[in-house]
Design a protein around this ligand. Structure first.
Ligand code: GP9
Ligand code: MN
Length: 727
């Protein structure tokens, strides 16, 4: 016993004792901070395990550096490393409280904007408990100073120190492998900084961020104004004039852009057991005052939703890797729809999404795009079972969004991003209203149920528009952002299409998503032109009477008669009315037959199409990677300064009030301050329970949303543990 106690004492007073104590204390406090200072949206045992594990590898690795040094120096180095990593943790705690996101190198370097943003309010946002993260350092220093723990000056053999580093690397490898299998594409698809921290920890996040920033800034540094000239020349040569009959027909109207999550074209008019899956959208699709497109393709890459948003707002392509909203959203100069509409025609611009603001870096990108408002998770009601998958259920989201819509000075540009119809298509019994499909593929069969739910939320929204009369002065743009069922599910795709087999050609056609423009008095019909998401902005601009010939936009008005109908996919593949390219294979689009031995003329045609697509993609990439728009400002356009915008709940609500008074054009203002919300009818079961409770409490009008501050939202919401992309 005595022997044991002596051994322990010797160990305690050795450098190993100090090292292990330091590592363990750091590990515990980081985990404490994860749990109490951030909302990382951890769900499921794998994620819980990784969260607990992830501080360890990097702490061992970093603190282990000190083991390579001798004597007192070793202790000092360990304490300095401890202090630096603690300070990084501390700074992130403060930043996160304000912005629901983690610090980035770009932010830190970028014209002191962190101190600008944070400095003013630092005292206001600091909590005494934040200082707890320094407690372990104090403990360590006190132990040494009081000699309760002795300084051990004996050197540690280099190979032994090396073993410690190796252990850290192995542990990290294990952590990364597990993280990647839980969330594939974690490091490449660049979803959300929250994800990197949740899976790999704050220190790995720092490295990840530096690598990302270095990569981007190198390309940016090499780009110059002459690169912009090349792009301008291409854009000029490929520009088509918008269709004159449609020019300006929607001038002055509100614009609603309705983002239909994972909504594929095949759902239109699709039936399960003789029942239409999406009766409301089908009705809109066929109405006389809807322009519908049946050869409209999604063109997204890894960025999925983010790529779709980017194309719609800027008419630039997403990047070949990652999401441009994340890698370039905060740093680039943009000429995006919100700024264009607001500057040229005085639109109020707002985006709505029932998830945390950091996802896809929306919070920062939207500012750079010039969005006046971004209503995200904390602006909306929350409650039991209100969320599924990536956020607020569509029916609740659509209804709750209207309390802000009615306050927007008109005309407004409002983008509503739905989310319930997202892989893995989960929906509680109460909200299911149609049978699953029976392909036998579990990840596929629930899709029609969530699509039906989304459709109902649209139906409710349309009814409200009619009730309020907003439908009379609004143009609605509906689009599906990307495929729901990937090419990895060919047998299921074949079954859904009523075919025996699905091949690569079918999968290419499967990329069709709805695109519909609906407006009172619009000359509608089903248009067969081949186009995609890149073409939306020029189309909307023409309808609003905005001349886009000076803008750097890669798309063309979908209604123009002389447009180029080559639809480029991010892979370099394409579809035209004549040909479809998938990898090295070419097909006839009309019947899907493989072109085995093209004659010389066809070969030439195919080559030229392939080149055209490659050129277009690479020029668009050069605009984003080189941040080329900083070299060119279109006539009459004022470069957006992201610093002019804030989406903090209290500030946004204040601004909204002020602007209503000033402009006097909001629906609410026009109704003498009487809300139109009671005209909104929804059968969302969650709200029924809620309204009963609300009746009991005295003030039901101010709903539970508006009392927490903007960024105190609760989770990243990926309740499904699997990847959103590789389904
Ligand atoms: C997240 C949501 C989903 O906020 O928009 O993005 P996705 O996984 O479809 O790209
Ligand atoms: Mn999506």
């Amino acid at each position: 016993m005595k022997f044991f106690a002596e051994k322990l004492k010797a160990f305690w007073n050795s450098r190993w004792g100090f090292f292990i104590l330091a590592v363990i204390l750091f590990w515990i406090k980081t985990y404490y901070a994860y749990k109490t200072k951030f909302n990382l949206g951890v769900s499921g045992s794998v994620q819980e395990f990784l969260l607990a594990l992830n501080p360890l590898p990097t702490t061992i690795l970093l603190f282990g550096i000190a083991l390579y040094f001798k004597g007192r120096k070793s202790y000092i180095i360990m304490l300095v490393i401890d202090f630096i990593t603690t300070f990084w943790l501390f700074a992130n705690i403060l930043y996160y409280r304000e912005f629901s996101d983690f610090l980035t190198t770009t932010l830190i370097k970028g014209s002191g904007s962190v101190s600008n943003n944070l400095g003013k309010s630092i005292v206001g946002i600091i909590n005494p408990s934040d200082f707890l993260v320094f407690v372990d350092l104090v403990i360590l220093i006190v132990l040494l100073a009081t000699k309760l723990q002795k300084v051990d000056i004996r050197p540690i053999k280099k190979p032994v120190a090396g073993l410690v580093s190796l252990l850290a690397v192995v542990l990290f490898g294990f952590n990364l492998t597990m993280a990647n299998s839980d969330r594939s594409g974690l490091l490449t698809r660049t979803f959300d900084n929250n994800y990197i921290v949740k899976y790999l920890g704050l220190n790995s996040y720092a490295v990840y961020d530096v690598v990302k920033a270095t990569k981007t800034s190198a390309v940016r540094a090499n780009a110059d104004a002459s690169d912009m000239k090349t792009v301008q020349k291409y854009i000029k040569n490929n520009h088509v004039v918008g269709n004159p009959t449609y020019k300006g027909v929607a001038k002055g109207k509100n614009v609603f852009v309705i983002h239909l999550e994972s909504f594929q074209q095949f759902l239109i008019d699709y039936k399960v057991d003789g029942q239409e899956v999406t009766p409301n959208l089908n009705k809109i699709y066929h109405e006389n005052n809807t322009l519908s497109f049946d050869n409209f393709y999604n063109q997204v890459g890894q960025g999925k939703t983010a790529d779709a948003e980017l194309m719609l707002e800027t008419s630039l392509f997403g990047l070949s890797e990652g999401a441009a909203m994340v890698t370039a959203g905060s740093t680039n100069t943009w000429q995006a729809a919100p700024a264009i509409l607001s500057q040229s025609q005085g639109y109020t611009t707002a985006s709505f999404h029932g998830d945390v603001p950091s996802f896809w870096n929306r919070d920062n990108t939207y500012k750079a795009w010039g969005y006046d408002y971004f209503f995200s998770k904390s602006y909306f009601q929350s409650g039991k079972n209100f969320d599924v998958g990536y956020g607020l259920k569509d029916k609740i989201f659509m209804k709750d969004s209207m309390k802000y819509v009615e306050q927007l000075p008109q005309p407004f540009y409002a983008k509503l991003i739905t989310v319930t119809n997202h892989y893995p298509y989960l929906l509680d019994k109460k909200n299911q209203s149609i049978a699953k499909t029976t392909t036998g593929d579990k990840t596929v069969d629930g899709y029609v149920q969530t699509a039906r739910y989304l459709d109902q939320s649209i139906g409710e929204f349309m009814a409200w528009l009619k009730e309020t009369g907003l439908d009379k002065n609004s143009m609605l743009v509906f689009y599906g952002d990307h495929y729901a069922i990937s090419g990895n599910h060919k047998p299921a795709i074949a079954k859904l299409l009523g075919k025996d087999k699905a091949n690569d050609f079918d999968v290419a056609q499967w990329q069709k998503v709805p695109f519909m423009i609906h407006m009172d008095g619009l000359k509608g019909g089903i248009n067969h032109t081949y186009g995609g998401e890149i073409d939306v902005l020029p189309t909307i601009e023409n309808l609003l009477g905005i001349d886009n010939s000076d803008y750097i936009q890669f798309g063309q008005d979908l209604l123009a008669t002389d447009r180029n109908q080559t639809v480029a996919f991010r892979s370099g593949d394409f579809v035209t009315p004549k040909y479809t390219k998938v990898g090295s294979k070419y097909y006839n689009t009309s019947d899907g037959s493989l072109i085995r031995k093209p004659d010389a003329a066809t070969k030439k045609e195919l080559e030229s199409l392939t080149n055209h697509v490659a050129t277009e993609l690479s020029l668009s990439d050069s605009v984003i990677n080189g941040d080329l728009l900083r070299f060119y400002t279109p006539k009459g356009f004022k470069t957006v300064d992201a610093k002019d915008y804030t989406y903090k709940l209290s500030k946004s609500l204040k601004l909204l009030k002020k602007m209503q008074k000033k402009e006097k054009t909001s629906l609410l203002y026009q109704n003498d301050g009487k809300s139109s919300l009671d005209l909104y009818k929804t059968d969302a079961p969650e709200l029924e329970a809620d309204s009963k409770e609300a009746d009991k409490s005295s003030d039901s009008s101010s709903s539970s949303s508006a009392n927490s501050d903007a960024n105190s939202s609760s989770s990243t919401g990926d309740s499904s543990s699997s990847s959103s992309s590789s389904n």
